[in-house]
Write a protein that binds this ligand. Structure first.
Ligand code: ASP
Length: 316
């Protein structure tokens, strides 16, 4: 019988890792979130070699992620981390909003043990299904890490939750940490770590609004050729409280959009700039006077602004 020492709890939330298609050759026309977490665990017999517990927290395509699901997930992860017999928690998730969930958990959890997110770019029915190996690797990392923090394990690499971004829409190798690179690799079940995991920031689950309705409204606008800023005026008139600008290059803004953002700021709306570039973020001190989200992606910067407006949270 498996020992209860070093128990790993696997929390299921849906995604392609739990997706099915009518044909094993179909890697795009599938439905996400069809298999329960118990079925994902059963598909990897090697998981039975250790102590495992599985719980279904949600069953969604992560494109439809809500703050209610994120809040519940954060609560369940924290509750399991606080159990003495639990060594770590693994979360199965969709890839589309994984960078947001990873960032949320990094900001709010007291993750004194490993929290390992995993996902798949192919449904469970695919000839190329990557979910089973990713799940096994995630559990191995949760057992072997010996340190706390929020990470993602996908494609045999370990990424920091705070740095994660999806950079490819189709390839199995879809994730990156921007310029930061991976924290390590998982090879034949063995973790080869090359740098320390960033510590989770422990704001507490209540730093996160419990529902989208309860959250301050934060929208993302993009700076681009031909920008006019009218969407900013419309959002302010409709009651938006925060705006993330996916800025060009190193955080630059089209002058028309910048004028509209100044009007928004004068009306009390908080503005945060992120770069729309896949790598690099916003480097250096801003001379523009607009606050910078640094290396965060626009989607992560949006979460950050929600946290700040909800609880007047200080910048990380
Ligand atoms: N739409 C899916 C999801 O995010 C994509 C995936 O998991 O790869 O749930």
């Amino acid at each position: 019988m498996a020992s209860s020492i070093g128990k790993v709890v696997i929390l299921g939330t849906g995604g392609t890792i739990a997706g099915t298609a009518a044909s094993a050759q179909d890697n795009v026309g599938y439905s996400a979130a069809q298999l329960g977490v118990a079925q994902l665990v059963a598909a990897v017999p090697a998981l039975a070699e250790g102590s495992i517990e599985a719980e279904q927290v949600a069953q969604i395509d992560s494109k439809d992620m809500t703050l209610a699901v994120l809040h519940r997930l954060a609560q369940r992860v924290q509750a399991h981390l606080d159990r003495p017999e639990v060594a770590g928690v693994v979360v199965t998730h969709g890839t589309d909003t994984l960078e947001e969930t990873a960032f949320v958990l990094h900001r709010v959890l007291h993750a004194h043990k490993p929290v390992v997110l995993t996902a798949a770019m192919r449904p469970a029915t695919s000839l190329q299904a990557d979910g089973p190996q990713n799940l096994l690797d995630a559990v191995s990392v949760a057992r072997a890490a010996g340190q706390g923090g929020v990470v993602a394990v996908i494609g045999a690499r370990v990424w920091a939750g705070a740095e994660l971004r999806k950079v490819h829409s189709y390839r199995l190798d879809a994730f990156s940490a921007g310029d930061a690179g991976p924290l390590g690799w998982i090879e034949e079940g063995v973790l080869r770590a090359v740098r320390m995991w960033p510590a989770a920031q422990g704001l507490g689950v209540d730093a996160l609004p419990a529902t989208d309705e309860a959250a301050p409204w934060v929208a993302v606008v993009t700076s681009h050729a031909g920008a006019r800023g009218r969407e900013v005026d419309a959002l302010v008139a409709a009651g938006v409280r925060g705006l993330v600008v996916a800025a060009t290059g190193n955080g630059t803004l089209h002058m028309q959009l910048e004028s509209a953002l100044r009007r928004a700021q004068d009306a009390g709306v908080q503005v945060l700039r992120a770069s729309r570039c896949a790598f690099g973020g916003i480097v250096g001190d801003s001379t523009s006077g607009w606050p910078s989200a640094g290396a965060l992606t626009p989607a992560q910067a949006r979460i950050e602004l929600v946290l700040r407006l909800h609880g007047h949270t200080a910048a990380p």
